[in-house]
Design a protein around this ligand. Sequence first.
Ligand SMILES: Nc1nc2c(ncn2[C@@H]2O[C@H](COP(=O)(O)OP(=O)(O)O)[C@@H](O)[C@H]2O)c(=O)[nH]1
Ligand SMILES: [Mg+2]
Length: 202
Amino acid sequence: MISAPLELKIILVGNATSGKTSLSKVLRGEPFNSKENSTHGIQISEWLLSPTELRNILPGQADMDLQETLRVNIWDFGGQEYYHGTHQIFLDNNAVYVLIWDERHNQNSTVPTELFFDNESVVVPQEHFHYRYWLDSIRHSASGQTSGMPPPVLLLQNKVDLQNGQPRFYDANLLKRYTVDHNSAIRLKYARARKAPDRRYR
Ligand SMILES: Nc1nc2c(ncn2[C@@H]2O[C@H](COP(=O)(O)OP(=O)(O)O)[C@@H](O)[C@H]2O)c(=O)[nH]1
Ligand SMILES: [Mg+2]
């Protein structure tokens, strides 16, 4: 009998420069780049987790009967996709969504924004949205109407190091309305120090 491989699709969603590519890299053990190049198109990266690694990052699951490697496909969209709406066709029900936002650009506005191309800084007008827009967009494209269950969404506040390390917490009703599972904050200093994953993300 051939058993299906353990596989999971993570879709990173959020404003340009919110930190999607940085998160994808840090999860996969790649170093943080303070001049991360702006993403073109869609980048799909493979994050392989051995049974031991899985046990380590799933608190309280140490005795889980895990024997297979988990293949996580991380879908990371470049900024242009949002304007043209092309990402919509890739948003499906069979995925875990991670919505990344940062305080500075958490509003519907077009503002000069620093991007990096080949490590060169370029400031260009960039359209940003409040995280409510992204929640609507996810729930519109992946409502769970066909599968019966809306896909999980994790709401992750990034760049808290620029807010004196203070994450902001949310309106519980809003989270309930959009069936958001967790609120989290990435702490860059942990990512930089490459501490254990459960300390890096909370
Ligand atoms: N200070 C700070 N900068 C960050 C953090 N995460 C990402 N960055 C930087 O913000 C810029 C945009 O990040 P990037 O991952 O390319 O965002 P993306 O457009 O959503 O993929 C890059 O220069 C990153 O180095 C963070 O937590 N803190
Ligand atoms: Mg990117």
